[in-house]
Design a binder for this molecule. Structure first.
Ligand SMILES: [Zn+2]
Length: 312
């Protein structure tokens, strides 16, 4: 399977990675043919478009960022930006939309990222869903399901509990909406689900897909969050239950790294891709190719994407 290449269907970059060419150098060394890339922090959409233009067509697929305070606060600015970027026709994808994101703490126990809870039927999500649908792009949703479930168990306030239950209810409605509209929803980071739960969802809705980011011992190292672990920590191979699930639903899993910080690009990158390269050798070739690149290419029509002249 020497010709197995990868498409990274979701990654991000901020201003701390000053030399963006590190991204393309890492890609070419690791056999990653395309990256769907969204800006974060102080990185602008303009930076991503310039970076797209500076490389051979199709290497970088620029994605629209939805995340940020404007999104969380349901500020009109969020809708203005979304509309402006969608109608510019410059982009090839919509970046992940945060639904449930647990608060994250550093080693010292200080909160470094607050909790985000935006219910699936809240207008921000609806706007993102409609934008994605209009452009023919999947909606990429970030849901930390395991953390969400333990949050429900811990909750003592009746009002908050009500909000959490609304979230759970609307999530079910979102699955059936995507099924009826025949529009794909991609759950990034495997939604923090275990294989049993995922297999039920895959069976229930043929429009739900999963992205493999964060679910390996390299990216999950040092995290106290209940990320899905697809790999056996000793053999560094996919656990049998995951091999089985991927084989049963080969079109529903999409490779993504979801780099966020500088060190992800700098230090982790090649190890993460190598881990997957080795693991996929154990799967039938057509299934390995579908997960590594084929599914993303089909769903975002990546071969067609070209940066229009007016976006340069
Ligand atoms: Zn995410």
């Amino acid at each position: 399977m020497d010709d197995l290449y990868f498409v990274d269907a979701h990654s991000q970059v901020d201003e701390h990675l000053t030399d963006l060419s590190l991204i393309t150098r890492r890609m070419s060394k690791s056999g990653v043919k395309r990256t769907i890339l969204a800006p974060r922090g102080m990185r602008t959409h303009r930076d991503i478009l310039d970076f797209t233009a500076a490389n051979v067509p199709g290497l970088i697929i620029p994605a629209i960022r939805t995340k940020g305070q404007a999104y969380i606060n349901n500020d009109p600015q969020y809708y203005e930006n979304l509309h402006q970027h969608v109608t510019s026709n410059c982009f090839g994808a919509l970046g992940e939309v945060l639904l449930y994101h647990a608060a994250k703490r550093n080693q010292a126990g200080e909160v470094i990222a607050g909790e985000v809870l935006v219910c699936p039927k809240d207008p921000q999500v609806e706007a993102a869903y409609n934008a994605a649908k209009a452009k023919g792009w999947p909606l990429v949703a970030h849901i930390e399901y395991a953390a969400f479930m333990s949050r429900i168990e811990r909750e003592r306030s009746a009002t908050e509990l009500q909000e959490l239950m609304r979230f759970k209810r609307e999530l079910k409605e979102l699955w059936s909406l995507s099924r009826q509209a025949k529009h794909p929803i991609v759950l990034i980071h495997m939604a923090q689900m275990n294989d049993t739960m995922m297999s039920e969802l895959l069976e229930e809705s043929d429009r739900i897909y999963f992205m493999t980011s964060c679910c390996n011992p390299i990216q999950g190292a040092g995290s106290n969050q209940p990320w899905t672990q697809m790999f056996d920590e000793e053999t560094l191979m996919l656990k049998p239950e995951w091999k089985e699930l991927i084989t049963a639903y080969p079109k529903r899993f999409i490779f993504a790294i979801d780099n966020v910080w500088r060190y992800h690009w700098d230090v982790q990158y090649k190890h993460v891709v190598k881990l997957w390269q080795d693991a996929l050798h154990e799967l039938p070739s057509n299934i390995a190719h579908a997960l590594a690149h084929g599914n993303a290419e089909r769903m975002w029509r990546l071969d067609e994407y070209r940066l229009p002249d007016h976006c340069r």
